[in-house]
Design a protein. Structure first.
Length: 68
């Protein structure tokens, strides 16, 4: 499981866009979002750099290193 810190994710709409971006590169990814802590947890077979790039391209910079 990968973990991303996404500071610009502030509302349900943001969470939806982040989820959509991840599903754009892996439609089978399991995505869990904690808005309060601004963390995104992703279970996917796609490499972490590709997932992070999708989130960044959606307008939500990954400010802490993605782990997984």
């Amino acid at each position: 499981m990968y973990e991303f810190q996404v500071e610009k994710m502030n509302c349900g709409g943001c969470a939806s866009r982040v989820t959509k971006a991840i599903h754009g590169v892996d439609s089978l990814a399991k995505v869990e979002i904690e808005l309060k802590s601004k963390k995104v947890y992703v279970e996917s077979n796609i490499d972490v750099k590709t997932l992070a790039a999708a989130v960044i391209e959606a307008g939500y910079p990954v400010v802490a290193g993605a782990t997984g």
